[in-house]
Design a protein around this ligand. Structure first.
Ligand SMILES: [Zn+2]
Length: 350
């Protein structure tokens, strides 16, 4: 279906297209002030905090050069929220008040903003709360855009380069940058689609707030976001979900039979240039992983990643090979990632 294709294409690349631009802004590679909105904070960081941290790091023998500035800032701001004093201040704030929906341009009506807020409260939050006890620790902003021009402008302001902004303007259904979600309303055809997209993007935000985003390879992050998107959609329209899932499974089976499937470890550029929707494959892989080993094991795996989040951050992996994550994978599931992938592919044709 055309709708499926336009809606689902690149729904999630998002979190990844945005981040490379920001992550490139590492301590070793300062970027120009015009391009990067974070540069002011980074300068403040370099001047005020870095010397102290460097001294501390040398005492602790931490390989500081591996730290990505933006990752560290995100992590620190989240962990500060978890401190007892701060948490007490937030204790009585219901989760839906942490999610604020805003109009990104003057053509987004008050009514539309209210409708989206309602969908989040009715479908996205109950879905995410089933998987995570506190899905949102800090405030989240959801910004709606009525037209490509305003969406594109916002993407560029957020640090996306002009070429990617143009592609995303045409082909994405939503974007998550840290604690902010952008939704281009003109890409969405129905309420169920909107429920799926909102929940998908909010899953990326929640993963990020939990501090495990850097440990999750693309296929796991996207697979989880798809799962939650469908879980929420299931509440709104179970029949539609069944149709979509059938179609997804068929499209991936066909790609496999025609030898077009990329490995699950494919990077953003491979995914951008693939001739099928790689995120469908990610979704099927995560679903298969959970079915084969059970939800308890799957939760245990995510919990182990969560427990080692600080360690993972300090030893951040510049090659993105997710070595530690796959070691945890093997120790929890008792099978290597390579073996799992082989098994997943063989199972596709069954
Ligand atoms: Zn996604």
């Amino acid at each position: 279906m055309k709708r499926l294709l336009t809606f689902f294409l690149l729904l999630g690349l998002i979190a990844y297209i945005g981040f490379p631009a920001i992550e490139r802004n590492s301590l070793n590679h300062p970027v120009s002030e015009k391009k990067n909105p974070f540069v002011g904070i980074q300068q403040a960081w370099n001047n005020q905090f870095l010397p102290g941290i460097q001294q501390l790091a040398s005492q602790l023998q931490i390989p500081l050069q591996n730290l990505q500035f933006s990752q560290l800032m995100q992590q620190i701001s989240q962990d500060v929220q978890m401190l007892p004093g701060v948490q007490n201040a937030n204790q009585n704030v219901p989760v839906d008040q942490r999610l604020q929906v805003k109009a990104g341009d003057s053509n987004v009506s008050v009514r539309t903003v209210a409708d989206v807020q309602k969908e989040i409260n009715q479908y996205s939050i109950p879905t995410l709360e089933k998987s995570v006890t506190n899905p949102f620790q800090t405030n989240v902003e959801i910004v709606l855009f009525s037209q490509p021009a305003t969406y594109r402008h916002a993407l560029i302001s957020a640090g996306v380069d002009v070429k990617n902004a143009h592609l995303m303007m045409q082909e994405t259904g939503g974007v998550a940058f840290g604690n902010t979600v952008f939704i281009p309303l003109y890409q969405t055809n129905s309420q169920v689609e909107m429920v799926n997209i909102l929940t998908h993007e909010l899953t990326h935000v929640s993963i990020q707030q939990l501090g495990i985003a850097n440990q999750l390879p693309i296929w796991l992050n996207e697979g989880l976001a798809w799962q939650e998107g469908f879980n929420a959609e299931q509440l709104a329209d179970p029949f539609e979900v069944r149709m979509q899932q059938k179609e997804i499974a068929q499209s991936i089976r066909t790609a496999y039979q025609e030898n077009r499937l990329l490995p699950l470890s494919a990077d953003e550029q491979d995914i951008l240039h693939a001739n099928y929707n790689v995120e469908y494959q990610d979704y099927l892989a995560v679903t298969y992983l959970e079915q084969r080993f059970g939800s308890a094991k799957f939760d245990q795996f995510l919990n182990r990643l969560h427990q080692s989040k600080w360690e993972a951050l300090l030893h951040s992996d510049p090659t993105n090979s997710y070595k530690q994550t796959y070691q945890t994978f093997e120790s929890v599931f008792g099978v290597s990632f390579q073996m799992f992938e082989k098994d997943f592919l063989q199972n596709l044709t069954k």
